[in-house]
Design a protein around this ligand. Sequence first.
Ligand code: ATP
Ligand code: NI
Length: 320
Amino acid sequence: MNALVVEDLTVSFRIPGATVRAVTGACFEARPGRCLALVGESGCGKSVLAHALLGLLPGNASVSGKAWLEQGDERVELLGASQAVLARRVRGRSIGLIPQSPATHLTPVRTARAQLQEALRELGTPAAQVRERADVLAERYGLRPADLDRYPHELSGGMAQRVANAMALAGDPWLLLADEPTSGLDRPLVDRAMAALRGLCDEGRAVLLITHDLRAAEQVADDLAVMYAGRLVETGPAERVLNRPRHPYTAGLLDARPDRAFVPVPGMPPELTRLPDGCAFAPRCPAASPACGEPPPVADGVACHHPLERPLEAGRAQGQ
Ligand SMILES: Nc1ncnc2c1ncn2[C@@H]1O[C@H](COP(=O)(O)OP(=O)(O)OP(=O)(O)O)[C@@H](O)[C@H]1O
Ligand code: NI
């Protein structure tokens, strides 16, 4: 069976006078038929993680770790792969990327059709079939073929999203990275986009959904990975993580939800240029102790010196 297995993915950027530690030691897996939601606040490293897998980081980035793409008998290590291999075998073919803010990602001076058809030609679609294939993809992803003849500024947010979906899926990738596919959409469109993503999973694709919208994640995710200051602080089955969070940051994120306590986590995330050696959440953590000055141990997907045991049951008992 196909799989993406990521081990200890670490990314930093050199900037004048400092190093931005955008991703630290990320470990996770993506498998066909499952949706993994990567959640975390703005700037915590979600998009950088996705771009690292596809070799899309700028020249000031250093990447370490391993990311094994396993498909049939083939095994490609993405972080060490050449741009030629990534372009020929990975991007668009094995892994599709729905980029953050698709409207700005599309070239403004060319129609959606011109851009989708170019993607199809790059994937090796015979010239005589390109136009028809673009129309089929448009209809499949909820657009009329005539919509493709619009320029990006003539597309609504929802339509630009569908064009981005069609482009990401043109090469029939088994793994889809969807980076904030719901930003700027109102609730009904979010619900539709999540239902569409779930459909792609149920067809047997693997989906990595990047979002800060916990409600959207809850709608589709089988598994959840919570990121804080570049580190995956908690990963596990979505149902368990959402109902019985074990990392104090996850518990704080859930309490911040409007449909729950609506109490934000006090304080601010740290600068990624000045991360402590120990737990980066400690200064904001109600459970912090002197032990948190050391790097957090990881057990059962939770990176914490003092994981919560059964916080929800305790909360419910108090409320009764
Ligand atoms: N080329 C770069 N050079 C230096 N720092 C960068 C570069 N690209 C990204 N960063 C930094 O890496 C960190 C992580 O950025 P990233 O875009 O992954 O955040 P994110 O979690 O996707 O946030 P958002 O939800 O706002 O999209 C940020 O602090 C960002 O400023
Ligand atoms: Ni992002």
